[in-house]
Ligand binder design. Structure first.
Ligand code: FAD
Length: 376
């Protein structure tokens, strides 16, 4: 494979470009930097996937994705990139109502099953006495029950993406700013156009997040990825070192921290609003109410910024990873919804390996790109 064009400079596309560049492939990455790029808004929680039932086909992928993270961070370190915000700080699942407390035993069972199945980012999960919970997160409200996951990690997705971008450039890749369109010739895409430029391609990877369906239409396939808006608040707690606090996982919302004094509270999950890039009053009320419900001690924090991102959501909540039926040299890696920071680096690596014709260790059939084509 001589030249690969990657469309999309979010975490998925950048990770694919990195893998290819490390294998000596000539890479051109094209990104149009849309407002609402999910990677720029993503919280950064790398947790063991407790939201997914045990039968969900995403679990083998998530398991490998969690194992891949330290490997990728080590590769970046080799490449001179040290600043990704990746750190194992642990997570505390909390129940603040009787209804939530009733769900905790089931949650503990699921966490233990995942741990026994070899999931990284769990460790020796333990039930924490309610009055001890605040030692993990000093701003915590009184809780009824808590479970501690010691190996859960966080990452600063923007820093990670920037680190990948620098590493990719140093390995010889070109990065272009602008909208990519596909030049289709029969069963192949021969080039990608960006502005007035035509870039020849032996293969194309589409990792265009919530905008991927437009590129699929250019190929005559249906890849129904829709934007799900997430609003997320970044706070500062003055004169307080928050970086060592655990991630707080509620049943619907979450809180995490970054050094030196940051706290991130998220997030809304809003469907059917298109690419409406706005902070709304209702969105803010939801995040602040839920944030304070879990951590009343944040009431005096400063609101620094509210970010908006469009999660690339698929109808069955599974991603699209693989080649395009009927087209020989185009591959999609998209549709990771609310778990793309966990799964994105590994999905990027898988799609690069498919292009390189290397073996893949997990079953990709549930993520087939053509699975909604009958709906045309
Ligand atoms: C508020 C919020 C919180 C989240 N928290 C977490 C979390 O804690 N943990 C987790 O695992 N996941 C989380 N996610 C999900 C995660 O952020 C996404 O799944 C992931 O970032 C998707 O990455 P991506 O590369 O597919 O898409 P994106 O990051 O959206 O990147 C796609 C890029 O493609 C570009 N593009 C599109 N079309 C074209 C074109 N034709 N030509 C050129 N460029 C194009 C866009 O401009 C964009 O830059 C969160 C998301 C949100 C919104």
């Amino acid at each position: 494979m001589e030249k690969v064009v990657v469309i999309g400079g979010g975490l998925v596309g950048m990770s694919a470009a990195y893998r290819l560049a490390r294998h000596g492939v000539q890479v051109v990455l094209v990104d149009q930097a849309d407002s609402g790029k999910a990677t720029a808004a993503g919280a950064g929680i790398l947790s063991p996937g407790n939201r997914f039932p045990s039968s969900d086909p995403i679990l083998p992928l998530l398991k490998e994705a969690h194992a891949y993270y330290p490997e990728m961070i080590a590769s970046l370190t080799e490449d001179g990139e040290y600043h990704t915000g990746y750190e194992r700080v642990g997570a505390l699942h909390v129940a603040t109502t009787d209804e939530e407390a009733a769900l905790m035993p089931k949650l503990m069972e699921q966490v233990q099953q995942r741990c026994a199945a070899g999931f990284h980012h769990i460790g020796d999960a333990k039930i924490v006495a309610p009055d001890a919970a605040r030692s993990f997160f000093p701003a915590l409200s009184p809780v009824l029950a808590a479970i501690h996951i010691p190996e859960a990690a966080r990452v600063n997705a923007q820093l990670l993406c920037n680190a990948l971008e620098r590493a990719v450039r140093r390995r010889g890749a070109s990065l272009l700013h602008g909208r990519a369109d596909l030049v289709v010739d029969g069963e192949k895409v021969t080039a990608v156009t960006v502005g007035g430029q035509t870039i020849g391609a032996d293969a194309v990877i589409v990792a265009a997040g919530a905008w991927s369906s437009t590129l699929a239409k250019q190929l005559g396939v249906t890849v129904p990825v829709h934007p799900q808006r997430g609003q997320i608040a970044h706070l500062v707690v003055p004169n307080t070192e928050t970086g060592g606090w655990s991630i707080i996982m509620g049943f619907t919302h979450y809180i995490l921290t970054f050094p030196p004094d940051q706290v991130v509270v998220g997030a809304t999950r809003e469907d059917n609003i298109g690419y409406d890039y706005r902070v709304t009053v209702g969105g803010m009320r939801e995040i602040i109410n839920e944030g304070l419900r879990m951590a009343v001690g944040l009431a005096s924090a400063t609101v620094q910024e509210v970010r908006i991102g469009f999660r690339p959501q698929s109808p069955d909540a599974e991603p699209f990873i693989g080649s395009v039926p009927g087209i020989k040299n185009v591959y999609f890696a998209t549709g990771h919804g609310g778990y793309g920071l966990q799964a994105g680096p590994y999905s990027g690596a898988i799609i690069a390996d498919l292009v390189l014709e290397k073996p893949i260790s997990i079953d990709l059939s549930p993520f087939a790109v053509g699975r909604f084509n009958h709906a045309c």
